[in-house]
Design a protein around this ligand. Structure first.
Ligand code: DQA
Length: 142
């Protein structure tokens, strides 16, 4: 059984309500329940969301030496946060960067990520399935 954390950053608590034409109209709780059910035999999936950069860093420190993998959607901090990049570098758990939207098809500022170079891989543009694909990658591609 692998221990996996899904870590969501700012404004992702508003999934389902926020810009539904970009992020869809399903809240994250429903997605989480579905993932926990689907992977129940292979992964123990926990979840944390915060709108605060420091809280996300604290969570990375807390889980990053113990968990088997972290699925991180850092929201807009992806494009701004050297501190989150340093935290990912500091821990031992592999981190997969995910985005619901295709950040390369949007505004220019979303094309740069401070996190991509220090993550194991990046998945973006598949809606909420981006999280599922990241979990599959952490479980070894099955
Ligand atoms: C996002 C993309 C980011 O650019 C944006 O700031 C978000 C969500 C995504 O999941 O598509 O908050 O990470």
């Amino acid at each position: 059984m692998k221990k996996i954390l899904i870590l969501n950053g700012p404004n992702l608590n508003l999934l389902g309500k926020r810009e539904p034409e970009i992020y869809g109209n399903i809240g994250f709780e429903a997605c989480l329940r579905q993932l926990q059910e689907e992977f129940r035999q292979r992964a123990d999936i926990s979840y944390f969301q915060s709108n605060h950069e420091g809280a996300l860093i604290d969570k990375l420190h807390e889980t990053g030496f113990e968990y088997d993998g972290i699925v991180l959607n850092a929201g807009a901090y992806t494009h701004t946060s050297v501190a989150l990049a340093d935290a990912i570098k500091a821990i031992t758990a592999p981190v997969i960067e995910v985005h619901i939207s295709n950040v390369h098809a949007r505004e220019d500022f979303r094309r740069h990520s401070y996190l991509s170079p220090v993550c194991k891989g990046v998945i973006c543009g598949f809606g909420l399935d981006s999280y599922k694909l990241a979990i599959i990658a952490l479980l070894g591609g099955e």
